[in-house]
Design a protein around this ligand. Sequence first.
Ligand code: ATP
Ligand code: MG
Length: 314
Amino acid sequence: MSADILTSIPLSSLPRISQGKVRDLFALPDGDKPTLLFVTSDRISAYDVILKNGIPTKGTILTVLSAKWFEVLSQKVPGLKHHFLHLGPPKTPGLVTPEEQTMLRGRSMTVRRLKVFPVEAIVRGYITGSAWAEYQKTQTIHGLPAPAGLDHCARLPEPIYTPSTKAELGDKDINISPEEARKIVGDKYADRIEQLALACYKAGAEYAEERGIIIADTKFEFALDEETDEVYLVDEVLTPDSSRFWSKADYQVGREQDSFDKQVLRNWLTANGLKGKPDVEMPPEVVEKTKGRYSEVFQLLTGTSLEEELSKLD
Ligand code: ATP
Ligand code: MG
């Protein structure tokens, strides 16, 4: 495994079509259908700001974990369509250089290029974060009436679909009601997105719980295949970047939970008055602890180590 921490992706053989907070997307030569090389860097963002340094192996953890989830969810959610085709770029000779091939190993996947709906399909099984803040003020969650008497981090009677807007780089996502999301994605697709988001959450949460992890909430993205008019699950899936994972053994209602994600980083930023500030560099102990959290969750969910999974790719 390469020990490099990649905060930028050195790939010039393919046209780069966009760069998000964490991923760079490259166009692949036309085959049957348009495809993309979806490359995950080791960049990390917190409070919508990208940190100066990265987390070693994060890009590979997120990529390999997402690939596993596409496989699991395909089996558990009837009729689910998703964008994942295979790990790495297509094996076309000369497509990328040997150095690029090594760099892309484990951190890239070939996916169908689709038209992403501009909403974040958030599903919550537990009440925490911005939903808890809203509930305490108005007893609503994303504008929806919620059961009375919920405690912090309580399990909701049923998982709920609580979308948000999908902000441009540098902006903040805004929580909206399912009705507002319907206006954005259109009547034709709104129900399908909600139904798939809930089904994927339930299937994923059940799978994770059997492995000692509670998925408190998560964000999915969906896209449209304009040729067939079908809704696809896209982006990363059920990773520590897109989800709040809690340890089932340590879970206790009525208090903040320690989560397996960017919690260490968020706590450090808040404690040092650096929340939301640009160009912040994480100290080595924050990097190491965060890396540890990502690795631990990978191991628990997949039952194997990243090294073992990567060795299968050779
Ligand atoms: P964050 O994940 O923190 O919200 P971001 O939205 O900037 O940040 P990245 O994960 O860095 O996202 O970049 C991935 C981008 O690729 C997103 O804009 C996502 O909507 C888009 N995307 C995901 N899957 C597909 C796909 N199959 N076709 C086209 N675009 C896709
Ligand atoms: Mg993203």
